[in-house]
Design a protein around this ligand. Structure first.
Ligand SMILES: *Cc1c(COP(=O)(O)O)cnc(C)c1O
Length: 405
């Protein structure tokens, strides 16, 4: 492989070494979580909190590798959960810190247990608030309602836009006017919105104007306002000063405690997926490398979002002399990671290192086609590698049926 050129994020953690130098002993495919990069993200987030007095939570749906929660914990106020299991994980693995939960709809048979773990419970609708709110209030919980400010600030990613027309996420002002009663309003401690995805603070600014327009009348009665996630705070170039101004303004204008619950920003550029080339083939003018990792199984957002993940020492197609399409070993025709160019032709056995693989990967992967789950390692700040978890046939089989006796 070529010599390293990229020592900036997402490959800063390699410290100028090649992937082969650092990781040649690890069986592939495998994820490698980068402790130092996580800590750097935590430090950036903690600065925002200390400059403004806001509280920042880890949205666990993006990153739930609890072995590394102790790295983030000193910088955060707690965790955010999408339901019972994540709430329990947050309570178990970041003990003593706040647990917040939002779910599109809660189930009766889970709610009692949820009350054991969650401090803040956010409902999606006045109906859910009416159904569960009194019980949660009696249990001493802080209660919120997710609002929909009906302000789309992103284009092209409709599945990530909770403000898209007809969205089921959050209560619109019209729905509020139809269904909120004084009794329901009495239950509320705060409001929650989550409308951004990988965005800068200009989109937050626009969103806050819509929040004020539709819900400014009730905000002075609230104790807190949760700005949700999607703030790309730890991305180089993100306008942190504007974020801090908007937080301060909200806190002063409405006398609320502001919460942020980023997922991506907590673990951005804090992990790798190491993969080897299994075969090289050609179809017409297209040179193709088949890897031992799969977009569909091991980096599903590459197909769902979709996006093209960063790859160490590779460029966009056509920039360097040798362009290859990288694909997985599954039967899915679209199991393609992307087209990349290299200094030298790829060969069987080459080690490829994808960047920014800590988020929406280990917590979202699957065993479609009976693909093995990649092992999970951590690269500690002192340069030591530690294996956190290996997977085998039983992880595939026993998710599907009756255990052998
Ligand atoms: C997804 C989500 C988050 C985290 O979003 P990121 O884009 O990973 O920052 C936070 N809060 C809620 C309610 C979410 O659904």
């Amino acid at each position: 492989m070529a010599s390293p050129k990229e020592i900036r994020p997402p490959f800063a953690g390699l410290g100028g070494h090649t992937p082969e130098e650092l990781f040649h002993r690890l069986p592939t495919p495998c994820y490698i979580l980068d402790e130092a990069a996580l800590r750097r993200n935590g430090e950036i987030l903690a600065q925002v909190a200390s400059h403004t007095g806001c509280k920042i939570l880890l949205a666990q749906k993006a990153f739930s590798n609890y072995d590394l929660y102790p790295v983030l914990e000193p910088f955060l106020a707690g965790t955010e959960a999408s339901g019972l299991y994540e709430a329990r994980l947050g309570a178990e693995e970041m003990p003593g810190k706040e647990v917040h939960v939002f779910c599109g709809a809660y189930r009766d048979r889970e709610f009692e247990e949820l009350l054991l773990y969650a401090d803040h419970i956010v409902f999606n609708s006045p109906g859910q608030l009416a159904h569960f709110g009194p019980q949660a209030k009696k249990a001493g919980k802080s209660i919120g309602l997710r609002i929909n400010p009906e302000c789309s600030t992103q284009e092209g990613h409709e599945i990530y836009d909770p403000c898209a027309p007809g969205s089921r996420l959050g209560t619109t002002r019209a729905q509020w006017d139809r269904t909120m009663t004084p009794e329901l309003l009495c239950l509320l401690d705060g409001l929650h919105f989550h409308t951004l995805c990988e965005q800068d603070s200009d989109a937050l600014e626009t969103t806050l104007l819509a929040v004020e327009k539709h819900f400014g009348h009730v905000l002075p009665q609230m104790k807190w306002l949760n700005f949700g996630g999607g703030h790309h705070i730890t991305r180089p170039g993100y306008d942190i000063l504007r974020l801090e101004r908007r937080i301060r303004t909200a806190q002063e204008k409405w006398d609320v405690q502001v919460y942020l619950e980023p997922g991506e920003a907590c673990a951005l550029n804090a992990g790798y997926l190491a993969s080897r080339v299994l075969d090289v083939i050609q179809n017409g003018n297209t040179h193709i490398a088949i890897l031992d990792s799969s977009a569909a199984c091991h980096m599903p957002d590459v197909l769902e979002m979709p996006y093209r993940p960063p790859l160490f020492c590779a460029e966009e197609a056509g920039i360097l002399p040798y362009t290859f399409r990288l694909g997985g070993p599954t039967c899915l025709s679209g199991d393609v990671i992307g087209d990349y160019s290299f200094d030298a032709p790829l060969q069987e056995g080459d080690l490829l290192l994808f960047g920014d693989m800590a988020i929406y990967t280990t917590c979202k992967n699957n065993t479609f086609n009976g693909m093995p789950l990649p092992d999970i390692h951590v690269l500690h700040s002192n340069g030591q590698l530690e294996c956190l978890r290996t997977f085998d046939y039983s992880d595939f089989k026993y998710r599907l049926g009756r255990p052998d006796v």
